[in-house]
Design a protein around this ligand. Structure first.
Ligand code: 3H9
Length: 675
């Protein structure tokens, strides 16, 4: 096998180039090739400087994650970076694309760093539940300062080349397209100068920085092992020799990589990418051209959906029935963009650029020029069928017709048209301009190229998309139902909303089921008849306790929206318990985990067996990106695997649930959902 590394000479400078598509991951062959290049430079007196660079779209995007958990082939990355740094001839890292993780560590170990302006630097290991394990926690504070190192390594977000330059991480910016030549020129300039080794630089810091950082991020790091370990390691750089710190880093890395959190986060990394692959459809299928998108409905969903396309530079025609609603919707879109600009995340020109792509209209026929039309009106089958019937008459041939329904039958909607092959569901999550998840619902007759085009569009608007089949609630909302049912039952049986929510939050969810109900609105899905009271939720809705927006729901809220336990809710629960004659018992934490969460897994097993999801990992992606399932638990199906499916079956049986056949079968065979 040919090496992904080549070396070439330009005068006194040796250029080590990696060509390991797609992202130049630092796999064994790459490490061996770089090591050989460094040895070549060390052994050849005519070589006076070295440039390390990459071909293709990016500098090294990190260690090769697929190698984790397998026997390590020499040299390891920590050994290699030390060898790079130890060379007594200047080494220049020439960076384009993204220098991430191990890639950033290679750059840190080099004596100089030059980057094109579009390059990015990052230490995203924390997002995989690990830490920068090739000297990153020790070199970054020495090169870019403790504050920058803390931010980058604990949060994992990349910084731009200019930010990196301001922090001292980049020594010089190259001209775009001229990186290697600029790096070679840089190398020639520094030939003969004593090399500056990052590991030998001192770290000076005010010791209070760490406590302040821990306190400021306590909520963000809740439940996660990696970020706190990283802070501890960076703290060790101050006043301690590099060798000692890097040894602690090694131990920390090994501990994290063997843990469940890292396995879960790596699972999600690959699951997200696998979700984009549609079984049975060739990857090179010809896609439909989407030049203009139509959105029907300028409400919260329609507006949010439109923003995704406007931000991505795709023109949008948005249609409403009344001028007032249209103006309100357009106004909200502008307000949202301006709020983003006020936070410095967009320029005023970008706001105007996005707004300039929006065509608001009351003329339904204007949708005739759109290539993808997304209906985002309220959930009512008759209304949707009527809209799709009309669309059938005006949409251009080949236009993709999508419904943003959360629950309704796409096949029934498609049957209202003469072109069911062009119809599918695009289920966005609220707020649609923020939430990453998109469920692409495949109807019985949806054409392959329609599905593949929807997947490509989702990537363009930076969503994480999952293919779902037609069933009530698709993947996410279908699994939400058993959780809600069990949570409500437990209220009647003696638990309080705060007790249930607390266990969910401790599990790692951003909020529990009742906090979520209050945030979303207790009145959502309510039949709106105050005299028809069939459960506690109806009773709350009838009393106007619609959640946070009314300062009262399952909790009471003060003017700052701080929740407190509600005596009225306790009264209502007690009334309903008596009315329905439900015997109360002490509800344990175990019960609060098992009943709502194990039943979700059970529903997930049914979804898989019915082929409503392509694979278990797709279900995990839905829950992590759409419902705040803690990524470090890997999604419900991965979590069930880590709990042990036998334990899940026993838990379900203990509380009298019917176990899904697929779950039972896998438990009996000692299998997992995710292989
Ligand atoms: C690390 O470095 C540890 C060290 O500190 C210490 C070690 C001792 N390895 O995302 P894309 C695959 S930990 C293996 O769709 P994009 C990916 O699965 C690492 N494979 O492209 C996909 O495969 P497929 C720290 C990798 O353009 C294909 O490449 N680094 C790796 O949207 C294309 O990926 C990170 O965490 C990898 N490191 O985005 C960076 N990276 O085509 C992780 C990607 O079969 N990577 N693949 O589905 C990324 O964030 C993005 O891939 C990147 C490109 C931004 C680079």
């Amino acid at each position: 096998m040919t090496s992904p590394i080549t070396t070439t000479r330009q005068g006194d400078v040796l250029i080590i180039t990696s060509d390991n598509p797609p992202v130049n991951a630092l796999g064994a062959a790459v490490r061996q090739g770089i090591q050989a290049g460094i040895q070549e430079a060390a052994g050849d007196d005519s070589i006076k400087a070295v440039v390390i660079t990459c071909a293709g779209k990016t500098f090294f995007a990190g260690a090769d994650i697929t190698e984790f958990g397998k026997p390590m082939q020499e040299p390891s990355l920590p050994v290699l970076v030390d060898e790079i740094e130890a060379l007594d001839k200047p080494v220049i890292a020439a960076v384009h694309g993204t220098a991430l993780g191990g890639g950033c560590e290679v750059a840190l170990a080099s004596h100089y760093r030059i980057a094109v302006p579009s390059a990015k630097f990052g230490l995203p290991e924390v997002k995989l539940g690990i830490l920068p394990g090739a000297g990153g926690t020790q070199r970054m504070p020495r090169v870019a300062g403790v504050e920058v190192a803390l931010e980058m390594a604990t949060k994992g977000d990349p910084i731009s080349a200019s930010q990196a330059q301001a922090a001292g991480l980049v020594d010089r910016l190259a001209t775009e397209g001229n990186l290697v030549a600029d790096a070679v020129a840089f190398g020639q300039e520094v030939i003969g100068k004593p090399v500056s080794r990052s590991s030998e630089r001192p770290v000076t810091v005010d010791a209070t920085v760490f406590e302040k950082f821990r306190a400021a991020n306590a909520k963000r790091f809740r439940g996660m092992d990696a970020p706190n370990t990283i802070v501890d390691l960076i703290e060790q750089t101050a006043g301690k020799p590099y060798a000692e710190g890097v040894q602690a880093e090694r131990m920390g890395f090994m501990k994290l990589i063997m843990g469940t959190q890292s396995a879960a986060l790596r699972h999600i990394f690959f699951a997200e990418r696998k979700a984009a692959k549609i079984d049975g459809i060739a990857e090179d299928i010809a896609l439909r051209d989407i030049k203009r998108v139509g959105v029907i409905g300028a409400g919260t969903m329609g507006g949010g959906i439109s923003m995704n396309f406007l931000t991505a530079g795709v023109p949008v025609t948005i249609v409403e029935m009344a001028q007032e609603a249209l103006d309100r919707g357009t106004g909200v879109i502008r307000k949202n963009y301006e709020a983003t600009a006020a936070k410095g995340r967009m320029t005023a020109e970008q706001v105007e650029g996005a707004m300039g792509l929006l065509t608001p209209t009351l003329d339904f026929d204007a949708l005739g020029e759109c290539d993808l039309i997304i209906e985002a009106v309220y959930e009512n089958m008759d209304v949707k069928k009527d809209i799709f019937g009309k669309l059938d008459k005006i949409a251009k041939p080949g236009a993709i017709l999508a419904s943003n329904t959360s629950y309704l039958n796409i096949d029934e909607i498609a049957a209202a048209t003469s072109r069911p092959q062009d119809v599918l569901g695009l289920h966005f999550f609220s707020p649609a301009n923020v939430m990453k998840l998109l469920e692409i619902v495949r109807g019985a007759k949806t054409a392959d190229d329609v599905l593949a085009t929807a997947m490509a569009v989702s990537k363009k608007i930076r969503k994480v998309a999952v293919i779902a089949g037609v069933c009530y609630g698709f993947i996410g909302n279908r699994m939400l139902m058993p959780r809600q049912v069990e949570a409500n039952k437990m209220l009647l049986e003696g638990a309080t909303p705060e007790q249930i929510d607390k266990v969910h939050v401790a599990f790692g969810m951003p909020m529990g089921p009742f906090q979520m109900a209050d945030l979303a609105g207790v009145d959502i899905g309510w039949h709106r008849d105050p005299n028809r009271i069939e459960n506690i939720r109806d009773a709350l809705a009838a009393e106007g306790r619609w959640g946070q927006k009314k300062s009262a729901g399952f909790y009471d809220y003060d003017e700052k929206r701080t929740p407190s336990n509600s005596p009225r809710v306790a009264e209502l629960i007690a009334e309903w318990r008596e009315k329905l004659n439900v015997p109360a018992h002490e509800i344990t934490e175990e019960e609060i985990v098992v009943r709502p969460l194990y039943t979700m897994v059970n529903e997930g097993a049914l979804i898989l067996a019915e082929k409503m999801a392509q694979r278990a990992s797709d279900i995990d992606v839905v829950w992590v990106y759409g419902y705040g399932w803690p990524p470090y638990r890997g999604g419900p199906m991965f979590w069930a695997d880590t709990e042990g499916l036998k334990k899940i079956v026993e838990g379900l049986e203990k509380y009298g649930f019917e176990v899904a056949p697929l779950l039972r079968e896998k438990a009996e065979k000692g299998e997992k959902f995710n292989k």
